[in-house]
Design a protein around this ligand. Structure first.
Ligand SMILES: [Zn+2]
Length: 362
């Protein structure tokens, strides 16, 4: 956090997290434990060596930034996934996250997950889905954290693979016919977007929409063709209806027409400031976030992959915009209200959190 302490006001604020990849919350401690439990060898001799490996700033995308000798973020992230093998492992990963969420006063979460990163290692999709489902159900009573999950297509894999994974996972969805198990209620698009625009997955999004699921997609910051991807997400996807939400989307400020498109279509952005702060200077980044806010785009603050991003979680991300965007306490409450409004929580959950926010003293 570069010496930035979390203010008690930020710590106490009720929170909603709409952009966190569950595998991006795998702590070095749990990775170490699962590696031993599952007999998976790690390229680190001691726990300290493993923990120290998280201190680097990863090369975000080698295709975009060139090779600087550091591992890429996705290499580190998928290397971490190797230790997740059984239903209990996925359950434990999610419960660890929910415990942490509870400690940060997070009331409601929409975690991203995928099955493709696991089935391609020979792990059955059922192990992933049942582990998360059990955690989703238990976290309500144990940690008072509710969640609806988002199934992600890995965009650097073939569409057909994604469709197969989606069909296999569908019994765990909360679909229109009400027969699903209720784990996920939306689909997203994650992983490396280099030369992988949203429209390549048009069929997948249309299918999910027919099944009654919500639609979101990553438009990561400063990627190749970032503004073209934003344009597709806002105006072209789903037969021109557009996406419901965009994950990141900071590049909306870089092309005329994108901000009005976001506003007229009511598309919210799930921003993860620390993820960008690793790559952009304070005085460059935070005025951009401030501009989206001043223009009236519905933004909310999230964490992305906290354990791979210097252990900065949603509270740290909120602290950063509180400090560097010059937001007031009332603005911080509005940011959480935005998250509630662009979430797909049921009305009861939304009302409860909004009521709690009314009681926050600014
Ligand atoms: Zn993300």
């Amino acid at each position: 956090m570069n010496g930035l302490e979390i203010d008690p006001f930020i710590a106490a604020l009720p929170k909603v997290e709409l952009h966190v990849h569950i595998e991006g919350t795998l702590t070095p401690a749990l990775r170490w434990k699962l590696a031993h439990r599952n007999n998976i060898s790690l390229p680190y001799k001691t726990y300290d060596e493993l923990a120290n490996s998280y201190k680097v700033t990863y090369n975000h995308r080698r295709e975009v930034n060139g090779d600087n000798g550091a591992p890429t973020f996705l290499e580190a992230y998928f290397a971490g996934c190797q230790v997740l093998c059984t239903e209990d492992d996925f359950y434990e990963l999610a419960m660890d996250y929910f415990k942490k969420a509870h400690e940060m006063n997070v009331r409601y979460v929409e975690p991203f997950f995928d099955t493709q990163a696991h089935t391609r290692r020979g792990i059955p999709a059922e192990a992933v889905l049942n582990g998360y489902l059990r955690a989703q159900q238990e976290s309500v009573g144990k940690y008072s954290v509710r969640s609806n999950w988002i199934f992600c297509f890995l965009r650097d894999e073939a569409l057909e693979d994604g469709l197969d994974a989606y069909r296999a996972a569908l019994p765990w969805a909360r679909t229109r016919d009400g027969k699903g198990k209720g784990l996920f209620h939306a689909v997203g698009l994650a992983s490396n977007e280099y030369n992988r625009p949203p429209l390549l997955f048009e069929e997948a999004f249309r299918l999910a929409k027919e099944d009654g699921l919500h639609i979101t997609m990553h438009c990561d910051v400063d990627q190749k063709d970032a503004v073209e991807h934003m344009h597709e997400a806002i105006f072209d996807i789903c037969d021109g209806a557009g996406t419901e939400r965009i994950d990141h989307g900071l590049n909306a400020i870089d092309r005329e027409g994108l901000i009005p498109g976001l506003k007229s279509r009511g598309i919210g952005l799930t921003l993860c400031p620390h993820a960008y702060h690793r790559r952009q200077a304070t005085e460059v980044l935070f005025p951009k976030i401030r501009r989206l806010w001043d223009e009236g785009v519905k933004i909310c603050i999230n964490s992305d992959d906290p354990t791979y991003m210097h252990n900065v979680w949603i509270d740290g991300n909120m602290m950063k915009v509180y400090k560097y965007c010059g937001f007031t306490k009332a603005d911080m409450v509005t940011l959480v209200r935005n998250a509630v409004e662009i979430s797909w929580a049921d009305e009861g959950t939304k009302t409860e959190i909004l009521k709690e926010l009314e009681l926050v003293i600014c």
